[in-house]
Design a protein around this ligand. Structure first.
Ligand code: PRP
Ligand code: MN
Ligand code: MG
Length: 181
């Protein structure tokens, strides 16, 4: 049986939307001269962020998705990243923006960006809505970060706890309410 918990709001839907507007402005500036930007979402956590971000990007874009091996229902990183679903399109010579919900240990985005870089894109940049630098296990920094957060168990806006709560419109913090919590 699941431990009982409540979710406390940490970053409001309004604050997320405002930050996305700012980030979109920077991305538009960086890729102002692009003929086409391939925006790559990492499944599944990025699906809400990428949907909101691309609608603020007034650029010619294509959307593609990639799935890397997941923590599954575990709370711990396996540290070993495998590609479960690759991109549909080739990215050689293209401008690419990889969109991620959160950088925790850094293994996922580090591995994925290394793999995509080996395909020789023209430009490759990464954006993550959240960053937990205190958890980093590899030397990785995303080009853009929405919010730097402390080491809390977060859910919502695409991020799950055992596959649940991805549909919350805000970022919340899980607080266990049983004796051990
Ligand atoms: C989570 C999150 C990031 C990754 C970050 O994905 O969405 O992709 O972990 O962790 P890391 O920096 O330690 O690698 P998860 O594997 O849970 O899959 P999901 O996106 O399908 O939830
Ligand atoms: Mn993920
Ligand atoms: Mg997950």
């Amino acid at each position: 049986p699941e431990r009982p918990y409540v979710i406390d709001e940490m970053i409001s839907a309004k604050a997320i939307a405002a930050r996305i507007e700012e980030l979109a402005g920077e991305i538009r500036h960086e890729f102002a001269d692009t003929d086409k930007l391939v925006v790559v979402g990492l499944l599944r956590g990025s699906f809400v962020f990428i949907a909101d971000l691309v609608r603020e990007l007034n650029l010619p874009i294509e959307v593609d998705f990639l799935e890397a091996s997941s923590y599954g229902n575990a709370m711990q990183s396996s540290r070993e990243v495998r590609i479960l679903k690759d991109l549909r399109g080739a990215i050689e010579g293209r401008d690419v923006l990889v969109v991620e919900d959160i950088v925790d240990t850094g293994h996922t985005l580090n591995h994925v960006s290394g793999m995509l870089r080996s395909r020789n894109p023209a430009r490759l940049r990464t954006i993550a809505l959240l960053d937990k630098p205190s958890r980093r296990e590899v030397d990785f920094r995303s080009d853009w970060i929405g919010f730097e957060i402390p080491d809390e168990f977060v859910v919502g806006y695409g991020i799950d706890f055992a596959q649940r709560n991805r549909n919350l419109p805000f970022i919340g913090k899980v607080r266990f309410t049983d004796a051990e919590g």
